[in-house]
Structures are given as C-alpha cells and as structure tokens.
Design a protein around this ligand. Structure first.
Ligand SMILES: *[C@@H]1O[C@H](CO)[C@@H](O)[C@H](O)[C@H]1NC(C)=O
Ligand SMILES: *[C@@H]1O[C@H](CO)[C@@H](O)[C@H](O)[C@H]1NC(C)=O
Ligand SMILES: *[C@@H]1O[C@H](CO)[C@@H](O)[C@H](O)[C@H]1NC(C)=O
Ligand SMILES: *[C@@H]1O[C@H](CO)[C@@H](O)[C@H](O)[C@H]1NC(C)=O
Length: 496
C-alpha cells in the first residue's frame, strides 16, 4: 500500500493547490518533529497545512495524539508515531497490551483515517544517562511486543519499529570517531536491539544535539557546532572533521561497524537549535545552524564515513510553552516557527523557496496586561505576584541573554503579568494583581522581545477541531520534556 506519488500526481497537486504547496523531490525528504506540549496549541489542521506548505513530507509525533493523527489522514505526509517512556513497562509486560496499543493507535488510523504511518517509535531516549537505567529492563521487550503486534495486525511490512536514542548511547574512548563503541553499561543490550532492528528491516534512530554539546561545555569551540565553521578541525586518520555533527554521527557508524552492523540504516530523530532561553540560543545561531542543516538535506549530503544521507527530523516545527524546563530554559524554544506558526527567521529551502507561515490562525484580542504606571517597584506584593505569574506561565524569555533579558525592572514585571494573562485566556481576573496591573491596548513589545497574544483555541474549537485542550500549563506532563536533557558526552573536537 501507499505507493510513491508519481510525478503526474505531483504536477496535478501543484495545479490544484496554490503555488506555495509543493512536493519535494524524490529522496530529499524534509522531516520534522511535531510536539504538542503547548498551552494553546495550533489547531492540528493548520499544522498539517503548515507542513505541506513548507514541503515537509515526514513527521514524527511523540505520542499517538488523536487530533494530530486525524489531521494527517490523506495528507501525503508519512508519520512516525511515538510511544512515551511511561508506557514501556505495560507494553513490555504483555503482548496483549501491545496488540491493543497497535490496534487503537496504528491500525485504526491507517484503515479509517488514511494516515500513512511508517514507523512506531518505541520510547523516547529511554537509555538517557539521566534516567539511570529506569527503562533498561522494559524497552527491548516493549519493542519486541510492538513488532509482534504489528505483524499480527498485518502491518509488518508497512510499519517499522525503531527506538529514538540519544547520542549518549555511544562514545569514543579517545574522542575520535574511529574509536566509537556503545556505552559499556548498555553495550550488550544495544547489540541485541540493533540486531533485532536489522532482522526486521528497521532503522536505528539517533538524536544528535550540537547545541547541547555547546551548552554543556563552556570550552566547546562554538564554530565546531555549526556546519560552516572551519576552526578546530578534528583529524581522524584520513578524515578531517569540521563539525561535531559529522564526527558524532560517524562515531555511531564506527560503533555499528565494530559490532558487525555496518549495513543498518540510521535516522536522525531529532536535531535543531533553540532561539531563546540561553545566550547561545538565539535567532542568529538557530538560523546559521538550521540553514546549514537544510542545505545538507537539499544536497543529500552524508558524512565522511557514510555518504548515504539519513532522513533527518528537524526538532522542532513549533515552540511548545508547556514543556518541562528541566533541561534548560531553551527547551520551550526549539521551533523553526513560533508557537503560532509564524516565521522566526528566514530559511532558504531547496529550490530557493523560503519558509511560509501558518495560515488562518485566530488570536485572542489585541490587549496586554502590564504593570500599572502608578504601581511602585517597591510594592511588597510585587515579588510574589511575579513569582506566581511565572510559576503558571512561561517566562523563559526573561533570563540573561534571552530575548527579553534586557527589559528594565518594570518591563520584567509587565512581561510576567502578560504571560499569565494570555496563558489564562485573557480571562477577567487574570490581570488583577492587586493594584499592580492594568490592561493596555498598545503593544508593549520591543524589537527583540515579543509580548505575545495566545491563539484563541476556543474560537478554533467552534469551527474546526483543535489539536488539544488548552487547560493549565504543565498538565500535559513532562515525558517529552526531559528528552533533550541529554548532555552529549562525546567531546569530539581538538583543543589545539
Ligand atoms: C493507544 O492505545 C491504548 C490501548 O491499548 C490506549 O490506552 C492509549 O490511550 C492509546 N493512545 C495513546 C496516545 O497511546
Ligand atoms: C528581570 O528578570 C530576570 C529574570 O527573573 C532577572 O534575571 C533580571 O535581573 C530582571 N531584571 C531587572 C532589571 O529587574
Ligand atoms: C488599591 O489601591 C487603593 C487606593 O490606593 C487601596 O485603597 C487598595 O487597598 C489597594 N488594593 C490593593 C489590593 O492593594
Ligand atoms: C470534530 O471531532 C468530532 C469527534 O472526534 C467529530 O465527530 C467531528 O466531526 C469533528 N468536526 C470537524 C469539523 O472536523
């Protein structure tokens, strides 16, 4: 089923839809992660159109979100559906549970909704060192049970299993890619998993984060995190590495080869650069990194050790203001687009096209909650009010080196109040911090610091089905949030 689209169909689609809708050429797949941990998520149908308008033909979901899956039906977009780590134990314990999961979250969407599901991602970075082995007993069993369930459902050919793993599952004793091997504590487990994946024609999925290498190590040479840097090359035998991505990826390829798996295909499950919440997380760096990444994808570039390019899933499509900030304040700012699908920075895609924003987004009223002009900075209520507002809403743009880090003290308070007010749907009473706050109709935004207005989820709900409920911040859990907590431990650059 799901034969590749022919060029005739492609031309037809171009004629039928507007000129900005297009199909990317065979081979140069554009893939993205779509996370839904937002207080005011963009409606799923708008996200799917955003994906199409920008030529994304593959998408990865962190869970079998019903709204996302329904909207992806008959979209021509291939889907990887994730299983959160919390579900690994029950799925490992029972084949029956795995069969039920596949029935409800895969089979039904394929047959009833026409969703082109290609992969099930079992767990999300389950062997991350920070989990301290919590999922090591269950992941492989869950993988096997899901595989068996897919076969039983008659989907063994069409839908492949994989496990998105962090790059910390492999390492190099001397920092050179050619010494790559799997981490000792999971070495045998990795060999069993990789063998199982290969035997089932499934790929290995790895998340690689040059940003986190830089974040974790103040001595990391900044240039080496990007694709167009020349400083600090790493010489490994006949190969000279000029960026950490190539070196990191090739460490994996060496680890696979060392253990007899040089033929297994690899997917990059997550890679990207955040735009806020840390001095290195800014629009210029994100643009530099992602432009380099998109250029590689368009040119079908592989690495020195493996010239065949992997599918690369950009992390992420849109910002998520309800993600856990445990990995860092940048965690809510990985999107190539803002929370509302607006363009953060221009990116040139294949064929010279530019990113296009989401269409048909409805916002709440253009009004903001700010610190009252007559209120005093010495008011004893002030500290507690700001703390309360930021405990509930997202204030990660306020830190040093972040987009709103240069606000003065009053600006800070206003920003916090506004975030609370917008997150609480501009409800009456959400801008009532004693006498300290007031509603304004004039936009307090500065050049780099946006005072946002949230998506009007209610209005979208009345017309189209939105992708999730818009209740309080944080209720959606932290499962995906911890994912990027990874400190990539490979130190693959030369300090000379
Ligand atoms: C998937 O299917 C199971 C049934 O086994 C169900 O309990 C679960 O909530 C479904 N949805 C997701 C997102 O996993
Ligand atoms: C604004 O808030 C941030 C984060 O809470 C803080 O680090 C900074 O010092 C504040 N700036 C001023 C001028 O109060
Ligand atoms: C607000 O200001 C008025 C007048 O200055 C004062 O009487 C009242 O107590 C204040 N309310 C609060 C909640 O601070
Ligand atoms: C919204 O979702 C409900 C329940 O899933 C469905 O019955 C209804 O047809 C949907 N409406 C639209 C406009 O898609």
């Amino acid at each position: 089923m799901a034969k590749r689209r022919g060029t005739a169909a492609c031309a037809m689609l171009l004629l039928l839809l507007s000129s900005v809708t297009f199909q990317s050429r065979e081979g140069e797949a554009l893939c993205s992660n779509w996370g839904t941990r937002s207080t005011h998520p963009l409606p799923a149908n708008i996200v799917v159109q955003l994906l199409k308008d920008n030529g994304f033909d593959k998408v990865k979901l962190f869970e079998a979100d019903p709204f996302a899956l329904q909207a992806l039906g008959r979209s021509n977009i291939q889907v990887m559906v994730g299983i959160p780590n919390e579900m690994l134990a029950p799925l490992a314990a029972s084949v029956r549970a795995a069969e039920q999961w596949v029935l409800h979250n895969v089979s039904t969407y394929i047959s009833k909704n026409g969703v082109d599901i290609r992969y099930v991602a079992v767990g999300n970075e389950p062997f991350l060192k920070t989990y301290m082995g919590m999922f090591q007993q269950t992941t492989f069993l869950a993988l096997q049970n899901i595989q068996a369930a897919l076969i039983k459902a008659g989907l063994g050919r069409q839908v492949k299993v994989t496990i998105p793993l962090n790059a910390d599952v492999y390492q190099s004793s001397n920092g050179l890619p050619s010494s790559g091997d799997f981490r000792p504590d999971i070495h045998d487990l990795m060999l069993s998993i990789v063998g199982f994946l290969r035997d089932n024609g499934s790929p290995l999925t790895i998340n690689i984060y040059p940003f986190l290498s830089l974040y974790a190590d103040p001595h990391f040479p900044v240039d080496y995190a990007f694709f167009n840097g020349a400083a600090n090359p790493l010489v490994d035998g006949p190969i000279t590495y000029t960026n950490v991505f190539d070196a990191n990826y090739d460490t994996l390829i060496w680890a696979l080869e060392r253990n007899g798996f040089s033929d297994i295909s690899v997917i990059i499950g997550e890679i990207g650069w955040p735009t806020d919440g840390d001095p290195n997380a800014n629009v210029d760096n994100a643009r530099r990194f992602n432009q380099g990444l998109f250029d590689r994808i368009a040119k079908r570039m592989g690495t020195p050790k493996r010239p065949t390019p992997p599918d690369i899933y950009v992390f992420a499509l849109i910002d998520e203001d309800a993600k856990s900030v445990q990995p860092g304040n940048f965690e809510r700012h990985w999107g190539v687009f803002y929370y509302d699908g607006s363009v953060k920075y221009p990116l040139v895609l294949a064929d010279g096209r530019s990113l296009v924003p989401a269409k048909g987004v409805r916002y709440m009223e253009p009004q903001w909650c700010v610190m009252a002009p007559e209120a005093s900075l010495t008011d004893p209520q002030l500290g507690g009010s700001v703390e309360y507002a930021c405990g509930y809403a997202d204030c990660t743009s306020l830190g040093r080196g972040s987009s709103c880090g240069d606000l003065d003290a009053r600006g800070n308070v206003s920003y916090a109040f506004n975030q609370f007010y917008q997150t609480a749907d501009q409800q009456k009473g959400a801008c009532a911090f004693g006498n300290l706050s007031v509603i304004t109709r004039s936009d307090p935004s500065l050049a780099t610091c946006r005072f946002e207005i949230m998506i009007d989820v209610g209005r979208h709900d009345k017309s189209v089905n939105s992708s999730a409920d818009a209740s309080a911040v944080g209720v959606r859990g932290v499962a995906a949030g911890v994912a990027a907590a990874a400190a990539v431990t490979l130190v693959m650059w030369s300090s000379s």
